[in-house]
Design a protein around this ligand. Structure first.
Ligand code: 4AD
Ligand code: MG
Length: 427
């Protein structure tokens, strides 16, 4: 039996294969908190039931030792989780000695060095289960809507999101880069399949230490032929609200373990407010932050703006040239581009970046040159504007930032099983 299925086994004899999470003893009875990956269950062992030898064996089981227990499942309101196992037999698989993470408080540096073990603790368990739910519900959202999953390459010859954050590797004597984004490839794919998405790891050599930046993070990127800018924003708000609802429905216990107040999440229904970049500057000015037209927002600015709203908020129409080379100018307002960032509430800031893409050959050529990109590497990308070019757009949602917000975590380092940060690649 897995612990999460305990309610189906009340009164029956079962076997649980797991590890000792914690234990306490009161003379002739010991309470073993056993975890099996699906949950934690209190298992009671008494000398009268099992005899002295087994009882003594149980006393030797240390934290994180592996063990198999057999016993009867009992419903018990006082037990954590509502069920308890009355142990009849116990087999020790391996005794763990000096497990480094004791139940006392540890510093983050120490825990990060022991990330491979830290994953076993209840809070990390809860966070990464929410991550799994978010990933699955994102896939479900796009699969239900007929999107085709197209896997983007990781080794790429050129930059998608600026040349300053490229990780270079040696590809048989020529430089290649770890992918910053699958977008350019999704643009090719959407001309073949209509609506597509990729979901994979992306890499950026971010040289700043912040609570929002990883050097390896996961991004889901849909791309849709013939979509309009407004339809693109609607897709994003429907997706976010779908994912939040799935987490609220499927991760009740996990949210409780991490102490997440779910009230703010219950408000996340479309439509989300939309504010023009110009008005975002005005909000910042009122808060005492003077930015010039064309200045990009950092984490602090995003926090100030998102704190103004109790739902995610779109900031749209950034000045032309401020963001990526492929963004399409708005014909009605050519000094700006048809792009939007979605800022998460509660001060979290950007979780999505999206835009309409330039579909005109000559304009794209001009932008590639203006950004000093090597034209040779973008010939295939320009081809897409030569052979049946159509208006199209899409976006990228960062999984870790989305999870940081939904779980209300202070830092992205807990949102990914093995975080890669500036100066951090172990374990
Ligand atoms: O805004 P970005 O750079 O957009 C793109 O990469 C586009 N090509 C997406 C597209 O239109 N297909 O990144 C998108 C999202 C951000 O909003 C953020 O959530 C996440 O990716 N992100 C990061 N997450 C963690 N660490 C980093 N260093 C991140 N950089 C971006
Ligand atoms: Mg962005």
């Amino acid at each position: 039996m897995y612990i999460e299925e305990a309610k189906n086994f009340v009164g029956q004899e079962v076997e649980i294969k797991g590890w000792l999470y914690n234990s306490r003893s009161s003379g002739k009875v010991q309470f073993l908190l056993v975890r099996d990956g699906t949950g934690i269950m209190q298992c009671v062992i008494s000398q009268n039931d099992v005899g002295e030898r087994l009882f003594k064996d149980a006393e030797k089981v240390t934290q994180e030792s592996s063990l198999i227990v057999k016993g009867i499942v009992k419903q018990d309101e006082r037990a954590p989780g509502g069920f308890e196992l009355v142990i009849k037999d116990l087999t020790v698989v391996q005794i763990a000695s000096d497990y480094p993470i004791s139940p006392k408080e540890h510093g983050v540096g120490f825990l990060m060095e022991n990330r491979h073990l830290w994953l076993r603790s209840r809070r990390q368990w809860a966070i990464l289960r929410i991550r799994s739910t978010i990933e699955n519900s994102l896939r479900e959202f796009f699969n239900e809507r007929g999107f085709i999953l197209i896997d983007a390459p990781i080794l790429t010859p050129a930059a998608a999101e600026g040349t300053t954050t490229l990780f270079e590797t040696d590809y048989f004597g020529v430089p290649a880069y770890l992918s910053q984004s699958g977008q350019l490839y999704m643009e090719a794919a959407c001309m073949a399949f209509g609506k597509v998405y990729c979901f994979g790891p992306t890499f950026r050599a971010e040289k700043s230490k912040t609570r929002r930046h990883l050097t390896e993070f996961w991004m889901l990127e849909p791309e849709i032929a013939y979509i309009t800018f407004e339809e693109n924003l609607q897709l994003q708000e429907e997706m976010i609200s779908f994912v939040v609802k799935k987490v609220l429905a499927n991760c009740k216990e996990e949210l409780k373990i991490i102490g997440r107040d779910t009230k703010p999440l219950e408000k996340v229904d479309p439509p989300f407010p939309r504010i023009h970049y110009r008005d975002a500057l005005e909000i910042l000015r009122q808060k005492g932050k003077e930015l010039k037209w064309g200045d990009d927002f950092g984490g602090d600015e995003e926090t100030l703006i998102s704190n103004e709203f109790d739902k995610p908020v779109f900031v749209h129409h950034f000045p032309e040239g401020m963001k990526a080379f492929y963004m399409k100018p708005d014909p009605l307002e050519p000094q700006t581009v048809l792009a939007a960032d979605l800022l998460a509430p509660e001060g979290y800031g950007e979780i999505i970046g999206g835009s309409q893409r330039i579909d005109d050959y000559n304009l794209l050529l001009q932008r590639i040159k203006k950004n000093n990109l090597n034209l040779e590497n973008y010939k295939w990308y320009l081809d897409l504007r030569k052979y049946g070019s159509v208006p199209h757009g899409g976006f990228g949602i960062g999984l870790e930032r989305t999870l940081a917000w939904i779980a209300k975590l202070p830092h992205v380092r807990e949102t990914i099983p093995f975080p890669r940060l500036l100066e951090k690649i172990y374990p």
